[in-house]
Design a protein around this ligand. Sequence first.
Ligand code: SF4
Length: 76
Amino acid sequence: AQQKVDPKDPQAAALGYVENTTQADKKKFPKHANDQKCNGCQLYSGAASAKEGPCAVFGGKLVAAEGWCNSWVKKA
Ligand code: SF4
């Protein structure tokens, strides 16, 4: 199985990665909004119905579909 991104991993922590977007640090990341989720991010390549999928920022490790980090970019 593919490795999951650990939110405590240094890179993940630096980007404020959380497994649920509602847990994002809104003080540290004021541009965050709860409608921003990994499954709506340009860097995510999971299937539409999947609970997790690969993220390009984390070298293809799995992130939560409902997750978020500061590299979030709206899917084109
Ligand atoms: Fe989620 Fe996008 Fe951040 Fe990857 S870059 S963890 S898909 S918000």
